[in-house]
Design a protein around this ligand. Structure first.
Ligand code: HEC
Length: 177
């Protein structure tokens, strides 16, 4: 090989390594672009008929608000399996402070710092509207979220969701004497 040939090869190689050219080459596919959910990205809904592969609850999003309300009402028949013991309320408080207080406020008044950015406002959890809901309906809201509220079905374990509900009902909902 002549030294000029080697020079051409080298220049060609350098050109191929330039980002603008390199992206187009098959071995340089951007691994970031794959079917996964990235941070801050909207949730990917599963089909109604799909089966969970890791033994979690099947999750399909309601199509509209009336479907959401129907699904929430239906969940009202779920029985809360966790007794409202002091231990449950303590755990509920710990979880509430981590996951909910930022939007719903420490006392549940819907006045958390992050919540102020939301339209509509986060619900005031001390209101009768929430307090008279069967525990199962609150379980649905925590699991699947609401209109603007995010869901927690994949980040708060089932039994912990009931602890949070116990805390909302027994502590936040307590009327001042
Ligand atoms: C990022 C903000 C945010 C977080 C975090 C959040 N919520 Fe909400 N939540 C909202 C907003 C906004 C609404 C009112 C609008 C809606 O229904 O989506 C709401 C509504 C609700 C409602 C009323 C639903 C109904 O029946 O209409 C309940 C109950 C509730 N949240 C409970 C919780 C609990 C429990 C947690 C913690 C596990 C939590 N939320 C975390 C923003 C949040």
């Amino acid at each position: 090989m002549k030294s000029t040939d080697a020079g051409y090869c080298l220049v060609l190689l350098i050109i191929m390594m330039l980002p603008g050219v390199g992206w187009a080459l098959p071995w340089d596919k951007d691994m970031r672009n794959q079917p996964s959910v990235k941070p801050q990205e909207a949730q990917v809904y599963t089909n109604k008929s799909s089966v969970p592969t890791r033994g979690k609850e099947p999750f399909s999003a309601p199509e509209d608000i009336s479907e959401l309300v129907q699904a929430r009402l239906k969940a009202g028949t779920l029985k809360n399996p966790v007794l409202k013991t002091g231990k449950s309320l303590n755990r509920g408080k710990m979880l509430y402070d981590i996951h909910c207080a930022l939007c719903h406020g420490e006392q549940g008044q819907g006045d958390g710092l992050v919540g102020k950015k939301y339209i509509p406002d986060p619900m005031n959890l001390t209101l009768d509207y929430v307090q008279i809901q069967p525990d199962g309906q609150l379980f649905y809201t925590i699991s699947h979220g609401s209109i603007a509220m995010p869901y927690y079905w994949d980040s708060i374990p089932v039994v912990d969701r009931w602890h949070v509900i116990n805390y909302i009902k027994s502590v936040l909902g307590r009327k001042p004497e």
